[in-house]
Design a protein around this ligand. Structure first.
Ligand code: PEP
Ligand code: MG
Length: 556
């Protein structure tokens, strides 16, 4: 039995068998076939047949959506035109793996040129090429493993697109070596309800077939757990769950001060489940998550339909839609962008409006049309707003599209420092503590080693939240927090004490946050906020608040 420690970013306790995500195969240097051309060709054809056979076997045990993709891959693998193309290339002296890559790249380009749904399938051809090349080279199968039994996915890192496309009936938990607590991969895992541990030292040692117990709350991965450990941890987990479910309804402190509790929503898969959560609505709908794999921009009608689906699920409740936050670690293929040396500081979020004005204008029209035919109270906000002028432009566009509540996210220190000016130009603010800490500490949120700087308890970050909350109070307009900070129940008390009017979080976090807020009155929250602000660093802030509530300090 061994134990690995990482950062728990999505709660839950599961036991399962490891399946690793293997990297894409590296092509050998030899550019010409090894042996005679016919042998090269027959190896290549055999690899296609093997891959087609394996994929065919898998398709029996996957969801209908994945099955359709696999069937198309099998059909392409056995396609006579592709076979002929590869035969031509090999006869011209191109080595098998290169012939596979080039022939499938040709098909891929044709799909991309066709646009729409066909362009969406281009990535499936890359996946097929990698599988066939790995088979020729005798390397492990790359990409998200496809297994008939559920498994614990272990990887060096995952992209947001990989995570968003995971089959939730198969992936029990995620463990990665890299990644920070506010990385988009961690956020998507949490929204899908998949327990996850990131920045897990030693995850590289885990191999296919290892038996592990993953605790996504405490960030632990136990290899070969004993029966006693499984039982103990399961009981503790069940107790924590019971305590949370004892309170329900709108968020209130013990003395009745209202704090709106909202959910963060991203992929279409979590619409229905997040609507079933006892919350007052959606505080952050990350629309870019819907389109991470799209090669071409979604049409107005497509957008209207998907937004309407969410609005209908939240009839009678508030839904804050964030317009596309493209760029940095969430590139969208259809958003025109120049090559940038430092994309997190480049043209992302609202800044893309200058180069892609029609995209934002069309999105606002789609939101407005979906809102008009639904019973939800739809608000909109823009990501990465840095100045009052940007806030004003966005509010003007949204109001012009018939959306009366238009806000700005506060994710850049300049926006927090001048929150009073910003809120003067729009209807509300929502503090994105994930990016706000990244930009306050100049620490890349994707990098696990900088997790201490990115700790949402850092007093410098809390000070900026206070600026925004006070600006809201002075203006009489709402200011919420929708970054991951809002999902820590004890930190939520501090945020309430700093004066924010709402907290938006992953659906799994609503019950524990509601239960904690209900145990404290408003004055106590203010006192906790003062303690946290007076601390020197994140650990000291957490420790001071913890000592005040529980009467004991944390051990560093
Ligand atoms: C944030 O930055 O805190 C936020 C909510 O936006 P995202 O995590 O999607 O960047
Ligand atoms: Mg952000």
């Amino acid at each position: 039995m061994r134990e690995l420690q990482g950062i728990g970013v999505s709660p839950g306790l599961v036991r399962g068998v490891v399946a690793r995500l293997a990297p894409a195969p590296v092509l050998p240097d030899a550019l010409v076939p090894d042996g005679d051309l016919e042998t090269e060709l027959s190896h290549t054809s055999a690899a296609f047949e093997k891959v087609a056979h394996e994929l065919g076997e898998l398709s029996a045990s996957v969801s209908a959506e994945v099955r359709n993709i696999i069937s198309a891959q099998v059909a392409i693998a056995l396609d006579p035109v592709l076979k002929e193309k590869i035969s031509d290339l090999v006869h011209q002296g191109v080595a098998g793996p290169y012939a596979v890559r080039d022939a499938l790249a040709g098909f891929r380009d044709q799909l991309l040129a066709a646009g729409g749904y066909l362009a969406e399938r281009a990535a499936d051809l890359d996946d097929l090429a990698e599988r066939v090349i790995a088979t020729i080279l005798g390397e492990p199968m790359p990409g998200i493993p496809v297994r008939s039994e559920p498994f614990v996915l272990v990887a060096a890192d995952l992209s947001p697109a990989d995570t968003a496309s995971l089959d939730t009936s198969k992936v029990l938990a995620i463990v990665t070596e890299a990644g920070g607590p506010t990385s988009h991969t961690a956020i998507i895992a949490k929204s899908l309800g998949i327990p996850a541990v990131v920045a897990c030292k030693g995850a590289a040692e885990l191999t296919d077939g290892d038996d592990v117990l993953v605790d996504g709350s405490l960030g632990k991965v136990i290899i070969d757990p004993s029966l006693r450990q499984v039982e103990e941890r399961t009981q503790n987990f069940a107790k924590r769950r019971m305590a949370m479910s004892s309170v329900s309804g709108p968020g209130r402190t013990a003395d009745g001060y209202p704090v709106q509790l909202l959910v963060n929503v991203g992929t279409r898969k979590d619409f229905a489940a997040s609507a079933r959560i006892d919350s007052e609505g959606v505080g952050l709908f990350r629309t870019e998550f819907l389109f991470l794999e799209r090669a071409s921009a979604p049409t107005l009608d497509e957008q209207r339909d998907v937004y309407r689906e969410l609005f209908e699920a939240f009839t009678g409740r508030k839904v804050i839609v964030r317009t596309l936050d493209a760029g940095a670690d969430k590139p969208l293929a259809f958003v025109k962008a120049a090559e940038e040396p430092n994309p997190a500081l480049g043209v992302r979020g609202f800044r893309t409006y200058a180069s892609n004005p029609e995209l934002l204008e069309e999105q606002l029209r789609a939101i407005s049309r979906a809102a008009a035919s639904s019973g939800a109270d739809v608000w909109v906000m823009a990501p990465m707003v840095s100045s009052p002028a940007e806030a004003a432009v966005f509010a003007g566009l949204a109001h012009g599209a018939g959306l009366p509540n238009a806000g700005s996210m506060v994710e850049v220190p300049a926006a927090a420092l001048r929150a009073g000016d910003l809120i003067g130009e729009c209807d509300f603010l929502s503090v994105g503590t994930n990016d706000l800490s990244q930009y306050t500490f100049a620490a890349d949120r994707e990098t696990g080693v900088l997790a201490e700087l990115l700790d949402p308890w850092q007093p410098a970050l809390l000070e900026l939240v206070r600026f925004a909350a006070e600006a809201g109070r002075r203006a009489g307009k709402p200011v919420g927090v929708c970054g991951e900070a809002a999902s820590d129940p004890i930190l939520a008390l501090v945020l309430v004490g700093l004066g924010v009017s709402s907290l938006s979080m992953a659906p799994v976090s609503v019950a524990p946050v509601r239960a904690e807020i209900a145990r404290h009155d408003y004055r106590e929250c203010e006192r906790l906020a003062t303690l946290a602000l007076a601390a020197k660093d994140g650990f000291a802030a957490r420790s001071a608040v913890h000592a005040e509530i529980y009467g004991d300090s944390l051990v560093p």
